[in-house]
Design a protein around this ligand. Structure first.
Ligand code: BG6
Ligand code: MG
Length: 218
């Protein structure tokens, strides 16, 4: 029998806003400076992954190593580049259909949380004026284990006081879908079926989603 849905937990980058492209552009610039070829396909590996892990993956792609000092400098440089992009963001950058869906969840008494690996999550939510939408915000400042570890989603569910089996996670990253499953939650993939085929349901955007569709398909 279908389990009811009492909470929805949203990833941020690539789900609420299209910041995944800014992460890519910032990493691509750094990779170019280090003469490491870095494509959008390579970038899929970085989605949902922490800043430290992302740089490690890029260095591994190029077969390079850095001193701790140089590594830290690259991390700072990447974040400054990324912050430059997000400082220009406004509520117009919220992806189509997201707010309508969240409003509908609230009308149907479904709790809403954020579960993101980003340490910039609160800055982005403030910038797009959505920080008050989320009852619980779990982000890169609250967790020690990166997705596919389910820590961020389990902490979000715990913060809401809802058992994982009644939670649905919305994710654009393969590792995020895996994290949801490892935490005992259902997952909706937002993006391409090629990447997100393990999710119980896949949408290309929130124009395709509403409360009825969600409850009928999960
Ligand atoms: C995730 C992104 O949401 O946050 C990753 O999908 C990113 O690409 C990670 O590396 C960490 O973000 P930040 O903003 O703390 O560098
Ligand atoms: Mg994401």
């Amino acid at each position: 029998m279908k389990k009811p849905i009492h909470a929805c937990i949203f990833d941020l980058d690539g789900v609420i806003v299209d910041t995944a492209k800014y992460h890519f552009l910032a990493w691509q610039k750094l990779a170019q400076e280090m003469d490491i070829p870095f494509t959008e396909a390579d970038n899929e590996q970085l989605k949902g992954v922490s800043r430290v892990e992302s740089l490690k993956i890029i260095l591994a792609l190029g077969g390079k190593t850095l001193s701790q000092e140089a590594f830290d400098a690259k991390m700072t440089q990447k974040n400054e580049e990324f912050l430059g992009y997000i400082s220009q963001m406004t509520p117009k950058d919220i992806l189509s259909g997201v707010k309508q869906f969240l409003d509908e969840l609230k009308e149907n008494k479904v709790n809403i949380a954020l579960g993101s690996a980003s340490k910039n999550a609160r800055t982005i939510l403030t910038q797009i004026k959505m920080i008050d939408y989320f009852e619980v915000i779990m982000d890169g400042t609250n967790i020690s284990e990166a997705k596919p570890n389910p820590e961020v989603f389990l902490k979000a569910a715990e913060g809401l006081g809802i058992s994982p089996e009644f939670c649905v996670v919305f994710e654009d990253a393969e590792k995020g879908v895996e994290a949801a499953h490892q935490g005992g939650m259902r997952a909706v993939g937002v993006g391409s079926p090629e990447v997100l085929h393990k999710a119980e349901m896949i949408i290309s955007g929130f124009e395709e989603m509403n409360y009825r569709i969600m409850t009928e398909n999960l």
